[in-house]
Design a protein around this ligand. Sequence first.
Ligand SMILES: [Zn+2]
Length: 93
Amino acid sequence: MTGNCYWYKTCPTCGEGRLFIVEDLSRQRLYLHCEEDELGFEDPLDLKSPDKVFLTLDFDYPCRFADWETISAQGWEEFATHSVDLAQAPKLC
Ligand SMILES: [Zn+2]
């Protein structure tokens, strides 16, 4: 089965990575995950607040790229501004 994953904008920290919408399956929570520096951002509206940034490598939890169903259920549609085929997505956790 193929599908899409979604990303919001370029990472404000490194200026290079795309911020993918990822689902933390242990807490049913979405966050933005930078493909370059592995930073996570809990709140897309608050990308510049350092206290909202965490290093995803510091946490061990099952996660996956959020699908559209999950994104719309959580009201994150406005942050799914770009999509790429899962086959072309970066490696996650
Ligand atoms: Zn980054």
